[in-house]
Design a protein around this ligand. Sequence first.
Ligand SMILES: Cc1cc2nc3c(=O)[nH]c(=O)nc-3n(C[C@H](O)[C@H](O)[C@H](O)COP(=O)(O)O)c2cc1C
Length: 494
Amino acid sequence: MAPLISAAEVAKHNNKGDCWVILNGDVYDLTNFLPEHPAGANIILKYAGKDGSKAFNPIHPSDIIQKLLPAKVRVGKVDPATLKAEAAEKPSEEELQRQKAESSKPPLSQMLNMWDFEAVAKQVLKKEAWAYYSSGADDEITLRENHAAFGRIWLKPRILIDVAKIDMSTTILGQKSSIPLYISATALGRLGHPDGECNLTRAAHTHDIIQMIPTLASCTFDEIRGAARNGQHQFFQLYVNKDRKITEAVVRKAEAAGCKGLFITVDAPQLGRREKDMRMKFDDDSAIQKETGDRVDRNQGAARAISSFIDPALKWDDIKWFKSITKMPIVLKGVQCAEDAVLAYQYGCQGVVLSNHGGRQLDWSRSGIEILPEVMAALDAVGARDKLEVYVDGGVRRATDIFKAVALGAKAVGIGRPLLYAMSSYGQAGVERALDLLKDEMEMTMRLMGTPTIKDITRSHVITDNLNKHISVVEDFSMNSVYDRLSTSANPKL
Ligand SMILES: Cc1cc2nc3c(=O)[nH]c(=O)nc-3n(C[C@H](O)[C@H](O)[C@H](O)COP(=O)(O)O)c2cc1C
């Protein structure tokens, strides 16, 4: 039986040399862990002697302490009778506005496209969550380019083809999918909704599509796998840990749990500067900063706070090792040129995702859709077109985008933010509606293009002359109205 500890007792352990924190009813002695916390000591010290659950829960899987820290850090349980009801903090003007937007948001039935969800999410998400989800690297050039690049491909519809029946189903790594689309891995789902990534799992089941489970999910892997139904297939996204024993255990666990593909993220040896997120500074308590002299996390947002374990020394030779520890097909997520796609094939991978991480890593890197034609040509040259599956993610907002990617040789596209926004605004029902809308659009696109099945969609259906010239003629109004910059007196918030 864990000892019952009064809140007053916990409150005595409130400093750098003696730091207890209450998390979901349990009391932990985190003193020795302070220097090791990936997000720095300050954020823990902010809750020293207090209950930190509210800050902890949205960004940590519930099993993280048991997994990473020795059992002895748990000192006992807090006696609930001694906990004072938290004095209600006066909500800020911004928070009041958010709450108003939440209670007056349009009914789900009024959402007609992915931009609608984004517009609602911008209003209803807490500012930290909006900053984390929406941010791109540096000046967000690549973030915008990801969608703008689709605007440089035009369609060439064909007529008088029997399109009474449309079949958009396909396979991804041999697994059935009702549309050439999968849910890409996005970290910290619970920042947007209390059920986090499990919303995506359930909606993926409703729609018969595949979800990629993120390493940095805020639900536990078991919760997400547990939310899957009736043999529902999932992929696993891996951030490679510097400690290869941990990496191996994670990979083996994903395989044993039935994941059907291992997507190794290869575009993040260092996290990009996502300044909107960094400005939020998850830890903004300068008094604590002074006390500890800890400057490491002074300017970190959620992204940098959670990713310090990722191995920057990962290299091509490691693929051999991955192949020795798993039978799951291996896909490299974050390939950005033809040469690397060919290398992926030569190293025995089964797929590549042409991706720049949703514009969150290297600004001025090209969009996946722009790279696709050169990748397919290079794979043709080595006779590997049918031996390596190629996916594209980044900026997919319309089914015409999916169509364009398939026409240029992609097996499927990955979608990130739109589904996070749908989830944050309306939960599982929002994600289901977003996928409904994409399917409606896809059906119409395929019918109007004269392509009743996925295999009917070919290179000849798209015009790409302008794709790599980087001149976007059509103004990208939707993105411009949704993404915001630093708010200053000269540039007030929109
Ligand atoms: C909030 C957020 C978190 C993400 N987290 C991860 C991650 O943990 N691992 C990863 O490989 N990619 C991550 N990505 C990148 C996505 O998997 C995907 O490449 C990208 O979102 C696609 O672009 P889109 O958002 O325009 O659809 C993240 C993207 C976003 C927006």
